[in-house]
Design a protein around this ligand. Structure first.
Ligand code: ADP
Ligand code: MG
Length: 350
């Protein structure tokens, strides 16, 4: 696990412990998870909590199914490693400019979803930005190895890389189940959507199996299934971007819904006192500077994750207009600490 991700894991564990103990002190019985398990996928910690009446055996079975499903997506979405038994996004990236890569239908469905989301967000969440994101990633890694080595990517280099982005470079052949990047310098990066999509698939599997009273948390992508057993909503905290992981700007209650935040505090490096975080505006090719965090509340965790990134990259009026058009609820926290939210959020605040 990379150093930056280790730090994220620790803060997620702290955050989760706090959220749950916060719930527990407020409402005793139904707030204590009866089943708890955790795994590491997507370079981060994943939790499965069951608050309803599943027996230990049933919970173990269900969390093993969730683990298997997430493990499968983890392997398919991995852009750093290949696995002997399967072609994944690393294989697709390696074969850029070459022959079409035979891909699992699950991966094809995912790429088609990502293409739809790119279109719906007018390119603000675009998994084909790999060539640009790679440059930011390298600079972040160099800074994490030694902060004295932190440098800002060169604008001309970013602009050159941007020539190798865009969905027109990605051929998705559903009928033959193949994928091909037509440009040898193009690559895919699904950091903005992979976790949320996989979480949603796990939630849909649990729902199809009539699971109730479950909470999934995959590296901060929270997806609740049903309400708490007593019929009340789950409470969760929206982090104060300027504070510690356990310092909340807001507490809300949700049910049957996903809650996903993109924030400047998650992964960043600093040069000359300026923070360069990991959410890149496809227009400027630099970190988007409108907000410190954007939280999206939507039924689907895939949608919430995609939009947390896309809405982060748009100025407030456009961001709000897109959220309202797509029917999701959003909390925007600005760099000066003020916040805005869509109308329905008012009734969720605790
Ligand atoms: P988190 O890392 O918490 O999941 P996001 O969901 O906002 O945060 O995803 C950020 C990640 O998505 C980045 O690390 C990068 O890999 C990728 N990314 C950054 N900007 C964009 C963008 N505009 N479109 C698509 N992917 C992006
Ligand atoms: Mg996202």
């Amino acid at each position: 696990m990379r150093a930056e991700n280790k730090m994220r894991c620790i803060s997620i564990i702290l955050l989760l412990a706090m959220v749950l103990s916060g719930c527990a002190s407020k409402e005793s019985d139904s707030s204590e998870p009866k089943g708890k398990s955790y795994f590491t996928y997507f370079d981060t910690v994943t939790y499965v909590f069951s608050y309803a009446g599943d027996s230990t055996e049933r919970f173990d079975e269900r969390s093993a199914e969730v683990s298997a499903l997430l493990g499968n997506y983890h392997r398919l979405f991995d852009i750093y490693h290949e696995y002997s038994e399967v072609n994944n996004l690393c294989t697709v990236n390696k074969n850029a400019g070459g022959e079409p890569v035979k891909a699992d239908p699950i991966l094809i469905e995912f790429l088609l979803y990502a293409r739809d989301l790119c279109e719906m967000t007018d390119g603000m969440m675009d998994i084909t930005l790999g060539a640009v994101l790679e440059i930011w990633h390298e600079h972040r890694e160099a800074a994490s190895d030694d902060p004295a080595n932190a440098t800002v990517p060169d604008k001309a280099e970013l602009e050159e890389a941007a020539k190798h982005t865009g969905f027109d470079l990605l051929e998705i052949d559903k009928e033959n189940s193949t994928v091909r990047l037509t440009d040898p310098q193009a690559s895919i990066d699904v950091g903005a959507l992979g976790k949320g999509y996989a979480t949603e698939m796990a939630a849909l599997m649990l729902e199809a199996d009539e699971a109730y009273g479950y909470v999934l948390n995959v590296g901060g992508n929270i997806r609740t299934i049903g309400t708490k057993p007593d019929g009340t909503n789950w409470s969760t905290g929206i982090r104060n971007p300027d504070g510690e992981a356990t310092d909340y700007a807001l507490k809300i209650e949700i049910a049957d819904m996903a809650c996903v935040t993109s924030g400047v505090y998650e992964r960043f490096f600093t040069v000359d006192g300026v923070r360069y975080h990991h959410i890149i505006d496809p227009n400027t090719l630099f970190p988007a500077m409108y907000y410190d965090s954007v939280t999206v509340l939507a039924k689907s965790s895939a949608l919430a994750d995609s939009l947390s990134t896309a809405l982060f990259c748009l100025p407030y009026d456009e961001s709000r207009a897109l959220a309202e058009k797509l029917g999701v609820d959003v909390i925007w926290i600005f760099p000066d600490g003020t916040m805005e939210y869509t109308d329905a959020v008012a009734s969720m605040i605790v």
